[in-house]
Design a protein around this ligand. Structure first.
Ligand SMILES: [Zn+2]
Length: 264
């Protein structure tokens, strides 16, 4: 298995590695490149895969990576068709720098952490479980089993999430043995019991004092980095299932938002 740095260090933006496999383009997909190490996140848990470039050390040629994904335990990089059609894909043995489109990734890290803060508040104060979620850089949505959700409650939730983000909570990544993870009551609500039996370790993301979830994504190190959120919409997906949509905003915008909504 290749070395997958995103899970250990979300802030690693680039790494030099050696190409260990190149699979031919097929079914409308570009060639797939496997490195012995990478900083790319392959997508999962509602967080889209990274984009970026591979830059060959020997001659400075570069290839756009349109997506990454997990395949047989490895993270593979899918190359986009080059503008210069004469440009061949890189070769096995080439040394390349894998470089993330960092602005996009960092926005995804902030968004992902904001969504966990939202889950944490909704669980702590309303006892509602999350059932799913999805995100783009800067915005996302979460679904809850939350029968009594209303417009007033959503305003209150927004203000509470912004207060949590402002309080500069650390965000920690831990890898626990499966048995230890199962002993944590908070993890049960995120349906950890759906993990396949073969998995010996569980990676968790903890917003210290607020939220703990089994999670494979990339997050910021402190909620201060998120800034603030604005709830952009909510809808019923049935009697019990409700969806909340949010986007990232600057902290001062979030502060004005809560003052206005509290006065209303
Ligand atoms: Zn997550």
């Amino acid at each position: 298995m290749n070395l997958q740095l995103a899970y250990r260090d979300a802030y690693a933006r680039s790494v030099e590695g050696r190409i260990v496999a190149v699979h031919e383009a097929a079914d409308g997909h570009g060639p797939l490149v496997v490195l012995d190490r990478t900083v790319f996140y392959p997508g999962g848990g509602g967080q889209p895969a990274d984009r970026g470039t591979l830059l060959r050390t020997a001659d400075g040629r570069s290839w756009r990576v349109g997506a990454a994904r997990k395949q047989d335990g490895d993270i593979v990089h899918e190359l986009e068709a080059p503008a210069d059609t004469a440009l061949e894909p890189p070769q096995v043995g080439d040394l390349v720098t894998a470089d993330l489109e960092w602005g996009r990734r960092y926005a995804l890290m902030r968004t992902h952490t904001a969504l966990h803060a939202l889950c944490g508040v909704v669980w702590r104060d309303y006892g509602a479980q999350v059932t799913g979620g999805n995100m783009e850089p800067g915005s996302g949505r979460m679904d809850f089993e939350f029968e009594r959700m209303s417009g007033d409650l959503v305003d209150e939730i927004e203000a509470k999430v912004n207060a949590e983000l402002r309080s500069a909570r650390d965000v920690k990544v831990n890898v626990l043995p499966r048995e230890e993870a199962f002993a944590i009551p908070d993890l049960i609500r995120t349906k950890i019991n759906l993990l396949p039996p073969g998995i010996a370790e569980v990676r968790t993301i903890e917003i210290v004092g607020l939220d703990l979830q089994a999670d494979g994504g990339t997050h910021v190190a402190n909620t201060r980095e998120v800034g603030g959120i604005r709830v952009t919409g909510y809808e019923s997906k049935g009697r019990i299932n409700k969806r909340i949509r949010m986007e990232l905003v600057d902290p001062d915008v979030a502060a004005r938002l809560s003052r206005r909504r509290i006065r209303r």
